[in-house]
Design a protein around this ligand. Structure first.
Ligand code: F3S
Ligand code: F3S
Length: 105
């Protein structure tokens, strides 16, 4: 799967959403999250993010390792809705994301 990491926090550019053929990039309060089971690894989202927040899981820099779990935990309550557009924004960010200081310049 692909993973969204820290550069997305408080940026939420959303260019990635337009590219995903299976609509598996979901909006939280402070960042977006890729559904680990719904993502088909097409990779279309990765190059369009202006802040380079998206990585194939094996290529995720070590300093952002916990974001792999964040992209899992975000869906604890949501489950697998099978499409982000019908879900909309959900304030289900994992606790460590909510605790981050403001990131945007
Ligand atoms: Fe975030 Fe980049 Fe998408 S900033 S919303 S991962 S285009
Ligand atoms: Fe969608 Fe990106 Fe996965 S475009 S299918 S979230 S690699």
């Amino acid at each position: 799967t692909y993973v969204i990491a820290e550069p997305c926090v408080d940026v939420l550019d959303k260019a990635c959403i337009e590219e995903c053929p299976v609509d598996c990039i979901y909006e939280g309060g402070r960042m977006l999250y890729i559904h680990p089971d719904e993502c088909v690894d097409c990779g279309a989202c990765e190059p369009v993010c202006p802040v380079e927040a998206i990585f194939y899981e094996d290529d995720l820099p070590d300093k952002w390792r916990e974001y792999t779990q964040a992209n899992v935990d975000f869906f604890d309550d949501l489950g697998s809705p099978g499409g982000a557009s019908k879900v909309g924004r959900t304030e289900a960010d994992p606790a460590f994301i909510l605790a981050l200081p403001p990131q945007a310049a």
